[in-house]
Write a protein that binds this ligand. Structure first.
Ligand code: M6R
Length: 366
């Protein structure tokens, strides 16, 4: 049942070329220039004219919402807020009739997310679900939505569900932007093609498994880790840190790279590995200067960079390259090395990576 892999987590990491493909299939047609999503089409007017969109989720799904915030604001020019479901449900949030809420959940059973959207629905919000498990509670209570079609995720740490969430959310954003006319046709078509090319790029990226395994050996005894990124890669940093905590029990924090100088940089010394998500995008130069700040304090830099961009990261102690991609879709690639790093550190420490201590696959209690 593990398909020849040692663990479900590794199997699920390696399924990603297929799961992302399955998620795009039947929806995205890059040649025709179309995205077919009936749920979104049904609420097209409301979404396009929404004053704001609120993403509600927990854990990894919340990180997907954060990436989507950057994408929606850029492409659709709609204000987006991303909320932890547990906070949103209890703080008497201001919800106006016609607000659009996107609930993101792999299991579709997370108690906090479920109650948060029940409350919002009662106040007249439109609920769209981005859910993996077909027929789950969140899928059923949503007014419409789009399944992620990643197949069953058994490993407690979410991997393939996350990249599928990113694929679905990106398609929704592109669909809305196209309907609204907030991006030009050329950029729209370019992004459809970029999205279409992701599964093949993930396959290429996974070829670096051995190299990442070696890095895991090298850094497995670290006490702490930092993950830094900016823009679309800031949530990828948060997700990388969460994965490492869950699987290897190493304390890790994710930060927007520029926040370092407001406090956390005090932690940096020669024992601290710092993973930079530093793919080539509009934030790149800024990230490189943040890397210099870490280097000057003797931190060990592990840089996830774009193929062909090795010269700009001569500062790094170790480098992982990912295929070139538009910054809008790049998180689907840049997150994968962090999944593999967490996995191999967990394995090197002999932990039960599929069932980390204290965690459940779906959190059905608040
Ligand atoms: O099923 P959901 O997506 O609603 O679950 C949300 C979180 O519980 C989940 O992402 C959790 O953080 C995972 N253990 C992350 O790997």
């Amino acid at each position: 049942e593990k398909g020849g892999y040692d663990h479900f987590m590794l199997k699920e990491i390696f399924e990603q070329p297929q799961t992302i493909y399955d998620c795009l299939r039947g929806r995205l047609d890059a040649t025709a220039g179309t995205i077919t999503m009936s749920g979104v089409e049904k609420y097209a007017e409301q979404i396009m004219n929404a004053n704001r969109i609120v993403m509600v989720a927990c854990g990894t799904s919340w990180h997907a919402g954060l990436v989507a915030e950057y994408i929606f604001e850029e492409l659709c020019r709609i204000n987006v807020e991303v909320e932890y479901a547990s906070e949103f449900r209890y703080r008497n949030p201001v919800i106006n009739k016609g607000d659009v809420i996107i609930a993101i959940s792999q299991s579709g059973e997370t108690a906090d997310t479920l109650v948060a959207i029940e409350n919002a629905k009662a106040k007249g919000a439109i609920i769209l679900g981005v859910v993996n498990v077909v027929g789950s509670s969140i899928a059923r209570i949503s007014d419409a939505g789009a399944y992620t079609h990643a197949g069953p995720e058994i490993g407690v740490a979410s991997t393939k569900a996350f990249t599928a969430q990113l694929a679905v959310l990106t398609m929704i954003a592109l669909k809305v932007a196209h309907m609204k006319g907030s991006i030009d046709q050329q950029r729209y078509i370019h992004l459809l093609k970029e999205l279409d090319a992701i599964p093949e790029k993930v396959t290429r990226l996974l070829e670096q498994e051995e190299q990442i395994k070696k890095l895991a050996e090298k850094y497995k005894d670290a006490q702490d880790f930092l993950f830094l990124g900016r823009g679309y890669n800031f949530p990828v940093a948060l997700e990388g840190a969460l994965k490492l905590k869950e699987i290897s029990y190493i304390h890790a924090e994710g930060y927007p790279a520029a926040e370092m100088k407001h406090g956390p940089i005090a932690l940096v010394d020669e024992n601290l590995p710092v993973v930079f998500i530093a793919t080539k995008d509009s934030y790149h130069e800024k990230v490189i200067s943040n890397m210099q700040e870490i280097k000057a304090r003797k931190g060990k830099v592990i840089a996830i960079i774009t193929e062909g961009d090795e010269h700009s990261t001569a500062l790094a102690n170790d480098v992982i390259v990912v295929p070139e991609a538009d910054e809008i879709v790049a998180p689907m690639l840049s997150t994968i090395p962090t999944q593999l790093l967490a996995y191999y550190i967990g394995v090197a420490k002999d932990f039960d990576v599929d069932k980390p201590r204290n965690l459940a696959k779906s959190v059905t209690v608040e």
